[in-house]
Write a protein that binds this ligand. Structure first.
Ligand code: GLA
Length: 386
């Protein structure tokens, strides 16, 4: 986004005077899907597109919220920043303000806020986490609150739970808040220990393919998966006490899986436990420069999400199948919550044009939907722009 244009829009809306700008990115997850809320590993990276927040503190006792993407605007009294406003997009920033109020922070001043996002909508690239994180960082800075970045990440995740009703793990907000250009984050979602791993792929690019079938990450199906994982933990715990699926190894799971009587919960657990091991292995292979092996593990991840976790569907499966047919594709899988949204593929540079042409044509023929492709750039986490 052209920053000068954004600034101009802010002035047109709220008038001349001083104001600041912040940015927080969307993310793409390379491997480790539906593991975060099970205390497992994830391996996401921040993207170069995300959410922008332009903000000015005012003498009024209200916060004005407007966006360049959507027409809905509102003005909220600073005391009411803990109440959702219908089902509107403003609930993401308001949900974050609510977390500050919960900490006992009282806002004596209001603010003028203008949001702009360039993460493709509903694509499973964390447009909501980007919006939450950019609000958290902007508010923290504007009011000089001194809350550390990790705490802001946790507050943003809480906002998603409480104001969007999605009982998400911490991956998206963490990647948006803590990402680093040209690195992926190997995060242990239990301890929150992490390692920034350089992603220097010689002659290979990360290609994101958008199915343009909006990912229906409504609270329903997502929260159902969370509940099924809890059921598996309860069943296993009768034989070996664990607090999360990350607490057992694949070997242990093989011995205990029969104890999970509910077939669905057993399948869900099989995905999660195997995915956690795949993620750890994938990072080891990447560090050792074994990119082909990394790609095979990505493929394994998708197949497990399709067969055992059942979060893929016709569009994502078709996109992945078509991608894997192209020579020069190292690996391809769905990314994010699933049920539509995007896939991520590692593609040799010389094959990218063919990839976009062939996968695009075949995917459209099979689904009737026109896909979009982005060659990803790994960017930095949330930051002040001016
Ligand atoms: C969504 C959630 C994340 C994570 C992924 C699946 O993006 O917000 O916390 O669970 O789905 O890996």
């Amino acid at each position: 986004m052209n920053l000068d244009l954004l600034k101009q829009k802010f002035v047109e809306k709220y008038g001349e005077g001083e104001f600041s700008g912040y940015f927080s990115p969307g993310r793409v997850n390379l491997i480790g899907e539906h593991t975060d809320y099970n205390g497992g590993f994830v391996f996401p990276c921040a993207l170069s597109f995300g959410a922008y927040c332009l903000i000015r503190k005012t003498d009024r006792k209200t916060v004005k919220l407007a966006s360049l993407n959507l027409p809905f605007e509102t003005e909220v009294d600073v005391k009411d920043l803990n109440k959702p406003v219908g089902k509107e997009w403003v609930n993401y920033p308001i949900g974050v303000f609510a977390q500050f109020l919960k900490k006992g922070i009282q806002f004596e001043n209001g603010a003028d806020i203008l949001i702009f996002g360039d993460v493709p909508n509903g694509a499973g690239l964390s447009s909501s986490a980007a919006l939450e994180m950019v609000t958290a960082v902007a508010v923290n800075d504007t009011w000089n609150l001194g809350i550390d970045r990790l705490e802001l990440v946790k507050m943003s995740q809480k906002a998603e739970h409480e104001f969007a009703g999605v009982m998400c793990g911490i991956m998206d907000q963490f990647a948006s808040g803590m990402g680093k250009a040209n690195h992926a984050i190997f995060l242990n979602c239990d301890t929150l220990d992490y390692d920034l791993v350089p992603v220097e792929l010689d002659g290979i690019k990360i290609v994101i393919s958008n199915t343009n079938s909006p990912h229906k990450l409504d609270s329903g199906k997502y929260n159902q998966r969370v509940a099924e994982c809890h059921a598996a933990v309860d069943a296993i715990s009768q034989y070996k006490p664990i607090k999360a699926l990350a607490d057992i190894t694949w070997e242990e799971f093989k011995q205990l899986e029969d104890k999970i009587e509910d077939q669905t919960a057993r399948k869900r657990a099989r995905h999660v436990v195997s995915e956690i091991e795949r993620t750890e292995e994938a990072v080891t292979e990447l560090k050792a420069g074994n990119i082909e092996k990394f790609g095979q593990l990505m493929n394994g991840s998708h197949d497990s999400l399709r067969d055992d976790y059942e979060v893929t569907g016709h569009e994502l499966d078709t996109m992945v199948e078509e991608a894997r047919k192209i020579e020069g594709v190292i690996g391809s899988r769905m990314t994010g919550g699933g049920f539509g949204g995007c896939t991520v593929s590692l593609v040799k540079e010389e094959a990218i044009d063919t990839f976009i042409a062939e996968v695009g044509k075949n995917y459209e023929q099979k689904t009737g939907l026109k896909p979009a492709f982005y060659v990803a750039e790994i960017g930095d986490g949330a930051k002040k722009l001016f």
